[in-house]
Design a protein around this ligand. Structure first.
Ligand SMILES: [Zn+2]
Length: 280
């Protein structure tokens, strides 16, 4: 069994503020260790469940997806970090995995929940794929599903877990904190959170081979609403796609991977601006 663990930061226990998730912010050094501990908990659960290979994707944009200190990770796991990546937070998922585990995730833009946003909090208002509004959980789950990989674990605050239940019906759900607002939460102790994530990953992976993955319909229809109309204008010119509204572009892609890449190009500004675009 091969397991892909994608770890974001906003949904880890104890994290409630951008200062914690920003490399220049107060307490970032603590937050990145909380992130590593939760990643390791999922890795341990995967090996408990009989995994032969586990990869961890550093999926938090804060520092060009270079938040995890490599030596902090469980030595049995391999690490994917850095940007740009063809498939973003699940890059390499097309490399033959049996399950995707999403750890430390958050709600989509516009929803309640700690530090909610959709990939680039400065640019993106709403994203629809095949008519359904999605955030990072739904987007990654669709990319994984297009390669036949089920999303079997979602961890984060209670609102995130509710979004996960909606977008990933086969997933085990682990709540590590309860949102009291966008910048406040009641959290489990980190050790208790990690124990729950380890148990959750173990339970989730018992489902491998027993869940049916619904592959996204093709061509994949994407609508992307920006926070500003100027971003939509620029993206429509760059991609050669139509403006669906003053602040919204629409396009179709032959596959979910290509839909993701076009989305990413529209949102991140694409090359050569990559060095400065590290949201996620
Ligand atoms: Zn993040």
């Amino acid at each position: 069994m091969r397991v892909y663990v994608s770890v974001d930061m906003e949904g880890c226990a104890g994290i409630v503020h951008r200062e914690q998730t920003d490399p220049k912010g107060y307490d970032y050094e603590i937050a990145r260790r909380l992130m590593a501990d939760e990643a390791n908990a999922a890795v341990a659960g995967a090996f408990d469940a009989g995994a032969e290979f586990v990869v961890v994707s550093d999926s938090h944009g804060g520092n060009g997806k270079r938040n995890l200190i490599p030596g902090d990770l469980d030595p049995r796991a391999q690490l994917i970090n850095g940007v740009p990546r063809r498939l973003g937070q699940v890059d390499g998922i097309d490399d033959g995995y049996d399950a995707l585990l999403l750890v430390g995730y958050h709600t989509r833009h516009g929803r309640s929940g700690v530090l909610s946003h959709t990939t680039n909090g400065q640019a993106v208002a709403n994203l629809w794929v095949n008519g359904r509004v999605v955030g990072e959980i739904g987007l990654n789950a669709l990319v994984a599903a297009s390669f036949g990989v089920p999303t079997l674990l979602v961890t984060g605050d209670d609102m995130t877990v509710a979004e996960g239940a909606h977008d990933c019906p086969d997933a085990e759900l682990v709540t590590v904190k309860w949102a009291l607002g966008r910048y406040a939460a009641r959290s489990l102790h980190p050790q208790v959170a990690c124990d729950a994530i380890r148990a959750g990953a173990r339970a989730a992976l018992a489902r491998v081979g027993r869940v049916r993955v619904a592959e996204p319909e093709t061509p994949v229809r994407v609508r992307l609403q920006f926070k500003e109309s100027g971003s939509a204008e620029a993206a429509s010119r760059q991609l050669g796609c139509r403006l669906d509204d003053d602040d919204t572009i629409a396009f179709e892609a032959p596959s979910m991977a290509e839909a993701y890449q076009a989305y990413s190009a529209a949102v991140e500004g694409w090359l050569p601006a990559w060095g400065g675009w590290t949201k996620g």
